[in-house]
Ligand binder design. Structure first.
Ligand code: GRG
Length: 283
């Protein structure tokens, strides 16, 4: 019987926990507190869906998973560094993350800020030093990461998200914001999965996988807003402030279907199950 998507995600979490921990051996940092704060923010939690998507795509396209692992580590490190910063008092001011105290609550604001910075830099170091790919491929990987995470991608989305919560933005702007803030890193995961398998950006499969990642990424954010709403959060500039819960759910389902459609000729069923699992998730 094929493994359920839940079991596959669990297996990926175990693999990634080991690989990410190996990026931070003892004595790998000239400051013990900075090492501890980075390990705290990175390890022991998270669904690891970005790395799962990346590694699965490499395997699905016939590539060697070892070549994709450093890129998967880089993506999870960029994601975790953004969560550390996002939880800080100057941004969302969240005390809890992944079921435990957020990094700034556990280590203080200064170390949390530095831990996020250090982890972001280490992510690029891990990608550029991928021993299984050529230096040309590694530079291409870094270019994808800079475009998707930097001021043309996730960081621009986060900057758009700092509009005062009293200002209403249009639905169109909200979609743009989330395509940048959440969608771009998910798209980078798909692109790096292709790259590790030797598939270039002119290939139809590459284009289809980006389309899948963009649609599923936006659906993922809509569900995030619905989950927050159900926890009692009532914020402006969320999908639930623009539409009813039913409408938002239907919108997420439509996007998911479009994403699944885009990759139907190359999918072995896993990407479909992943997209369906993500819109049904409860956390
Ligand atoms: C330091 C790179 C860097 C960035 C700073 C704060 C910031 C700029 C960007 C924040 C971007 C952000 C918080 C996007 C939210 C994305 C999102 C939906 C997060 C939740 O993702 P999950 O559910 O989390 O995959 P887990 O815990 O499962 O990994």
């Amino acid at each position: 019987m094929p493994k359920s998507i839940k079991d596959q995600l669990l297996e990926n979490s175990i693999l990634m926990e080991r690989e990410l921990s190996n990026c931070y051996p003892t004595n790998s940092c000239a400051h013990n507190g900075l090492l501890e704060a980075q390990r705290y923010g990175l390890l022991g939690g998270g669904k690891r869906i970005r790395s799962f998507l990346l590694l699965h795509i490499t395997k699905m396209l016939g590539g060697n998973v070892d070549a994709a692992i450093p890129y998967a580590c880089a993506i999870e490190m960029i994601h975790a560094s953004s969560l550390i910063h996002d939880d800080m008092p100057c941004m969302d001011n969240d005390d809890m993350r992944r079921g435990k105290a957020s990094t700034h609550k556990a280590y203080g604001e200064t170390l949390a800020l530095l831990a996020g910075d250090a982890m972001l830099i280490k992510a690029f170091e891990v990608a550029i030093n991928n021993p299984h790919c050529s230096s040309a491929t590694n530079s291409r990987a870094v270019k994808i990461l800079t475009q998707c995470a930097g001021d043309m991608g996730m960081l621009a989305g986060q900057a758009l998200d700092t509009v005062p919560s009293t200002d209403n933005i249009s639905l169109e702007d909200l979609i743009k914001l989330h395509q940048l803030k959440t969608g771009q890193l998910i798209s980078a995961s798909a692109q790096l999965g292709c790259l590790a398998a030797g598939i270039d950006d002119q290939d139809e499969k590459y284009k289809a996988l980006i389309k899948y990642a963009q649609n599923v990424g936006l659906a993922f954010q809509i569900i995030d807003d619905i989950l927050d709403y159900n926890e009692g959060k009532r914020e402006l500039n969320t999908f639930t402030s623009f539409m009813s819960l039913d409408e938002a759910t239907r919108y997420a389902i439509n996007l998911t279907e479009m994403g699944i459609d885009a990759i139907s000729s190359i999918d072995d069923g896993t990407l479909k199950s992943l997209a369906e699992y993500l819109i049904k998730r409860e956390y």
